[in-house]
Design a protein around this ligand. Sequence first.
Ligand code: PLP
Ligand code: 3DJ
Length: 474
Amino acid sequence: MSEAAGVRADASTADPGPGSTAADDAGALTADELDARDELAQRRGDFVLDGTVYLDGNSLGALPRSVPARIADVVEREWGRLRIRSWNESGWWSAPERIGDRVAGLVGAGEGQIVVGDSTSVNVFKALVGAVRLAREEHGYGSGDGGGRGAGRDEILVDAATFPTDGYIARSAARMTGATVRAVPVAGMAAAAGPSTAAVLVNHVDYRTGELHDLAALTSAVHRAGGRVVWDVCHSAGALPVELDAAGADFAVGCTYKYLNGGPGSPAFLYVRRELQHRFDTPLPGWTSHADPFAMSDAYEPGDGAVRGRVGTPDILSMLALEEALKVWDGVDVAAVRAKSLALTDFFLRQVRAYVPGGRAGRLRLRSLTPEAHQRRGSQISLLCEDVADADGPDGREDAAGARRGDVAEDVMNELHARGVVGDHRRPGVLRFGFTPLYTSFADTGRAARTLADVVLERGGEVGSRPRRGTGER
Ligand SMILES: Cc1ncc(COP(=O)(O)O)c(C=O)c1O
Ligand SMILES: Nc1c(O)cccc1C(=O)C[C@H](N)C(=O)O
């Protein structure tokens, strides 16, 4: 048995910290025991993995084994031999809605409400402008861009910690619609929504900290204020139950290359709630969203249903890679994925705390930015890693001259990569570890925690001082 696999995750010796929810049955089990009980364990074989511990599926998911052969078939047979016939005979034309329905099942949406295509950034634009236009129409200000200024419903609230692209696009959407943007921390968003709120744009899980926000409660609050809400579910789709329909979400966007494993740059998705679809006034009314695209008419007449979210020709190769990748979800219950995700992140935190007691590793300090409470935790753990011997404060900040000093977290992550543990680093000072329950094992997780401890203790000047059996290892 490897050392990592033999680590006992004993909640009584690890220090789970205030508010911890770690004292569960799993707390007394080793990685091997947890892997033996894991009902998703056999899914790991569906992916191409090597000897590294891959904890970066929240940026780019691993390759499902069946994708290369499917792509070869699409290229050689569907494109190479069937050529133009494939738009109909191979189902290329209807792929955005067909694959949208497959994604729908993973994000709590009924069929006919999701279309796959474009990037998340482009879909944020469609959804946000659509939401502003809808809110204005509902409040009698007309849907004309710019027509709402001063008349009310002229504000877009954006998650203050948003992934940057959402904020950039929101500011452009605001300029186009004559609205203004206000950045608000998600915790204050419900209170901030009011009579001037047209639309609210929120990340379901914070990409930097891994904090999970309450989609249902915030959606209700925005609705009570008369606004419309757009959820960015990039970091929750495929990681935890999203429940778009049940929450009454208006719009949602998400990417498919993270927990859905669609591949680099795989198409994103757009959800428009069924009752709103006929009033969705897209700012990008491309020809493939037309009611009769091949009429090639001068006049735009929007199609019905999810098709209205389309723009131009679908990116078939990426889209069909995604469709194949989604087959790993056949027979998988998202609730089981969530349960395993929480068990993995609990296990990781317990192990790190046991190996680096008090988060102190000589001159380095580790502190979790990810909420302890399960209902507020996504599927990643973010650890702030600072060099406290640095008199000017946390690494990575700008000094008085505006120069960015070295970020010790970046060095630590580079060293983790060199030792076969792949997470990522976000400035300043954040080590991110994403846990994809379909292919991450508890043995992987134990090895990652142990390697992290080795690296920070060495870097912090406490070489070789990691407790070898601090968590009750056998
Ligand atoms: C929350 C979030 N939104 C949007 C994006 C950007 O998506 P894209 O680059 O596919 O447009 C990302 C990641 O890149 C993200 O994490
Ligand atoms: N989309 C990415 C890319 O094209 C290159 C590198 C990283 C990404 C990411 O997805 C980053 C990710 N959204 C994040 O949460 O930081």
